[in-house]
Write a protein that binds this ligand. Structure first.
Ligand code: IFM
Length: 477
């Protein structure tokens, strides 16, 4: 089925019928209850406990308290009219020791959550790995150990066996680039290991885990679609010089093609292998791995936040802290225009270009945007309201970009705001708020922001207003 967007009336952008209007979260970012019902530590519990790793010394120990408040949260989702909710399953709740034994109490929680969602008319979308590796597996080498990929397949089979009849879509992994390049490259994410060879080794084992996970889901005959969520973006050269074009090619290889090519074509990009040849001979890729990784998918999912603008670095200005292996000679530049509280540029054209590029380079296939959103410094006003006009402008601009891609023929089936709730933003702790719903971390009270009400209106109408000039900067609903 190909989707078609129909402009309803002048100034309005209508979306296809059956478009999935979603919101997303992840287990460690919202659940809390880290010692409850048999859960054991993940790499993020360990990492967050180390001084200096997380802003303000924050941890996910309590977070939004979703583990206990999930019914209230599902009620809020139903009030917003969400047609889908993307959550992640915490591996250390299901396979506490990483490999051996299934913890039924952990599965019970997600079983109840899925039933609650279905009762509220919200499709469950489950991500199997959103960065919370059981610490026991990290102690055995983590994602630099090939065996972790096999353990992931066992875990995937356990979850599929319990939830496979009701989940509408599966993501095996969320943003493996971050797991590999930040977790094992720069060390800015858990488990905090540093080294570019480790990052490339982890990349391959994550991809292998994806492929083995797809096989486990298929073997369990899951009813829902099977996919993976990649953080992807348009990589643009600063100038038209050959040097800047080469810088963009190199980063595009290490951000986008290193994942899209093996998953959708069954090969690693030859130029990226060549670029990294001085670091590694890629011996960790075994014969037979690539066909496993390239198992057919029902859809491809992308998480988009900003485009990258790059150039060749001036002589003597190598970036030794870069997460990109062998890209020390590439310089990243701020994109002109507004930025979010993360300092990320607001540029919906990057999302449109990414969606068009996937179609051009990887063929017509169902696509979902499984994350898109913005952090702003939100406050509850004395009257109890949370006004976040910038987020409304951000969402409207990016939904318009999605609409443009659909109109150009991209088979885009749904869009998920990151995030449903304010939550634990990894190394930034609770200092960055991405939610449609504000969370008071002292009381755990939830307040639907103006953007949440705006999104509910868009869902009800299956349409948005066309963006106006200056929309991404600030405006009211
Ligand atoms: O919070 C994260 C999420 O876990 C993965 N994608 C990006 C979000 C914002 O940084």
């Amino acid at each position: 089925m190909s989707t078609t967007a129909v402009p309803a009336t002048q100034g309005r952008l209508a979306f296809p019928s059956n478009f999935w209007w979603g919101a997303a979260t992840a287990a460690y970012q919202i659940e809390g209850a880290v010692d409850t019902d048999g859960r054991t530590p993940s790499i993020w519990d360990t990492f967050a406990a180390q001084p200096g790793r997380i802003d303000g010394g924050d941890t996910g120990a309590t977070s939004t308290g979703h583990y206990r408040r999930y019914r209230e949260d599902v009620r809020l989702m139903a009030e917003l009219g969400l047609s889908a909710y993307r959550f992640s399953v915490a591996w250390p709740r299901i396979r506490p020791a990483g490999g051996a034994g299934v913890n039924a109490a952990g599965l019970d929680f997600y079983d109840r959550l899925v039933d609650e969602l279905l009762a509220g008319g919200v499709r469950p979308v489950a991500t199997l790995y959103h960065w919370d590796l059981p610490q026991e597996l990290e102690d055995a080498g983590g994602w630099t150990n090939r065996d972790t990929a096999l353990r992931f397949a066992d875990y995937a089979a356990a979850v599929a066996g319990r939830l496979g009849d009701r989940v509408a879509m599966w993501n095996t992994l969320n943003e493996p680039w971050c797991s590999a390049f930040l977790g094992y490259g720069t060390g800015g994410h858990a488990p905090g290991r540093r080294g570019h060879v480790g990052a490339l080794t982890a990349t391959h084992h994550l991809l292998l885990a994806h492929g083995l996970g797809v096989a486990a889901l298929r073997a369990a005959n899951v009813a829902g679609q099977v996919s993976v969520a990649l953080n992807a973006g348009a990589v643009r050269p600063l100038t038209s010089s050959a040097e800047d074009a080469d810088a963009a090619r190199r980063i595009d290889g290490l951000l986008n093609r290193i994942f899209f090519d093996p998953i959708l074509r069954g090969v690693y990009p030859a130029d990226t292998i060549e670029d990294t040849r001085d670091l590694t001979d890629w011996h960790f890729v075994h014969p037979g791995d690539l066909p496993v990784i390239a198992a057919p998918l029902d859809a491809i999912c992308v998480n988009y936040y900003q485009p990258d603008l790059v150039s060749a670095a001036p002589a003597g200005r190598l970036d030794h802290g870069t997460p990109y292996p062998t890209a020390q000679a590439v310089q990243f530049h701020p994109t002109p225009g507004p930025v979010t509280h993360m300092g990320w540029s607001v540029d919906p054209t990057g999302l449109r270009d990414l969606l068009l590029r996937i179609r051009t380079d990887y063929g017509d296939r169902p696509i979902y945007v499984t994350e898109n959103g913005a952090a702003y410094d939100d406050h509850v006003e004395p009257d109890g309201a949370v006004d976040d006009p910038e987020r409304i402008g951000y969402l409207r601009g990016h939904l318009a970009a999605v609409h443009e891609a659909i109109t150009a023929g991209v088979d885009l089936r749904g869009y998920f705001v990151w995030s449903l709730l304010d939550n634990f933003e990894w190394a930034f702790g609770f200092s960055r708020r991405f939610g449609l719903i504000h969370v008071d971390y002292a009381t755990l009270a939830r307040t639907v922001k103006a953007s949440g009400r705006w999104y509910a209106r868009a869902i009800a109408d299956n349409a948005i207003d066309e963006p106006r000039t200056g929309d991404q900067r600030a405006e009211s609903a």
